[in-house]
Write a protein that binds this ligand. Sequence first.
Ligand code: AMP
Ligand code: MG
Length: 479
Amino acid sequence: MTLNNLNFQSNYLNLNREFYDINKTTPLDEPYFISFNPTASALIELNEDSGSDPLFIELLNGTHIPKNVRPFSMCYAGHQFSHYASRLGDGRAHNLGSINGWHLQTKGSGETLYSRTADGRAALPSSIREYLMSEAMHHLGIPTTRALGIIGSKTKLLRNNIEYAAIVMRMSPSWVRFGTFEYFYYLKEHDKLKTLADYVIVESYPHLKDDEDKYFKFFTEVLEHTANLIAKWQGIGFCHGVMNTDNMSIVGLTIDYGPFSMLDDFKFGFVCNSTDKAGRYAYGEQPNVAYWNLTMFSKALSSLIDQKRMDEKLEAYGDFIYSNAYITVMREKLGLIKNLEEDQQLITSLISTLQDAYIDHTQFFRALSRYDGERIPIFELAMNPVPFDTWLDRYDARLKKESTTQSKRQEAMLQTNPKYILKNYMLKQAITLAKRGDFTMVETLLHIAQHPYDELPKYEKFAEETPEEHKNITLSCSS
Ligand code: AMP
Ligand code: MG
């Protein structure tokens, strides 16, 4: 398919006008091409060379509106840092509709009914970050929205500095958030809430459509997807930074990339969002925050489902659903196939070992993936290697209980523990160059993002420990 004959569907527009606003996009000045992602274009059967079609810039910039498309922005609310905001919505995003079940959305395409006092724009740095990171997360096996491409412009924005505006074309199987449900709950519009639940079930949980207990099962599945997502974040060392309920996907995806970060040295209390002074969204808090967000979500569903039943599920999240998901992730990272009760202890002691050792999270697991009893390569990575001696004794003892061979274990672990992740300092370098009109590093990082487990001799430097002066970079929501 070419950009000229994309065929969009817009089922969301069949809902009542309170769910969205139809509004025009506002094009950027002097738009230019930055990057196109053929891996994502394949999902909508769009030709892989569409990035060189002049229509690509026009589609992202809103100067080419495909037939049948009426751009719209979705309405939602949400708890931001625990405070309820009664109306948020897509303040800078326009939905074009869906192709093959993927909803395409331009982010940064101008003011909408939901912009409040903001400008409806997205700055080049945060746009490059979202474009690259969503792709990296996908290739790391973490549920996420995707991105088709990105354009830049000469439109100036006032942020901490003057920045230029960009637009990313994002793609997701659903853009509905916990906060979409909260919007109708707090307005006491329970009919509309039911309509929304039915819409989401038909679109994203169709196997529940005719189930007598569909709303409860829907809640259960959202809870399980969320638990699995957060377990994967914890396993890879991803910090979202703004886990407000409006940034919680109804299908359990990573959405709305803002001041995110991958861990450098393992640090349970690491906070990547510089505006989050209390550390509400610290790395180690993410499973608890997800629980809190699910609790808010359950409240929003309370006109459809007996709250007691949801409370029991929430209790189960706290008791075992999350911890089982997390142990599953960690067992895979440790190359353990058997499911033994002692694994929980092994993992807990690993976490405190990592915390004490001052060790790069990614490099540690990659080194462990080649572990053959020789401890020096691991010791060499840690500023304080001492705690590893005891932990590796435990790990050796645990490995003896496995029946797989060492080489099979190593092979599996090398496909689980990435060599390459995108760290903030790398993204920062790509952004600095992009501001000068050089997008080669955006392409390099896109390539790395798509090959996290491979050996890429040309890009060895991106697998090294983060240089000390670039560790623990924090960003604000507006950056
Ligand atoms: P976030 O936490 O970044 O996902 O955004 C929170 C809310 O603020 C959402 O409703 C966004 O649409 C809105 N928002 C963020 N930045 C802007 C902007 N520059 N213009 C309009 N709305 C914005
Ligand atoms: Mg958001």
